[in-house]
Write a protein that binds this ligand. Structure first.
Ligand SMILES: [Zn+2]
Ligand SMILES: [Zn+2]
Length: 136
């Protein structure tokens, strides 16, 4: 995956640049991702918080995860597009929504997580390792 990524929300009032390579990209099949995406899973790039520069104003929604960590999800208040989320258990990491990338083809998912919450009609890539929850 490339060292530099750019993306935006649907209406363009929030844009971002990520100046470092993602640590990993993955599919997340958890219920939160289903509810917020309107589909069976999200595709996420794990990037360093220090590398991400957001322009524009995000709104945030907070929720306690099963782990007890607080998950904060940032989205555009004008158009509702999800841009990223963060977990209180991993302060230095940002989970960037691949759907917001200018070129989503740049994401190269390497695994599927929360596979135990996957919906039957959301067929998973047979070639990728699956983890029932969050990999340890
Ligand atoms: Zn927007
Ligand atoms: Zn998820």
């Amino acid at each position: 995956m490339p060292d530099e990524l750019r993306g935006s929300c649907l209406c363009g009032s929030v844009t971002y640049e990520c100046g470092g390579p993602p640590r990993v990209a993955l599919h997340c099949h958890c219920r939160s991702c289903q509810k917020t995406s309107g589909s069976g899973h999200t595709t996420i790039l794990v990037v360093s918080a220090d590398d991400l520069q957001v322009t524009g104003t995000l709104s945030f929604h907070q929720r306690e995860a099963d782990s007890g960590n607080t998950v904060t999800r940032g989205f555009c208040p004008a158009c509702g597009s999800d841009i990223y989320s963060q977990s209180s258990g991993h302060e230095g990491q940002v989970y960037l929504r691949a759907s917001s990338l200018d070129d989503p083809n740049l994401a190269m998912p390497a695994m599927a997580i929360y596979a135990d919450q996957a919906i039957a009609w959301d067929h998973m890539d047979e070639g990728l390792p699956r983890f029932p929850g969050m990999p340890q």
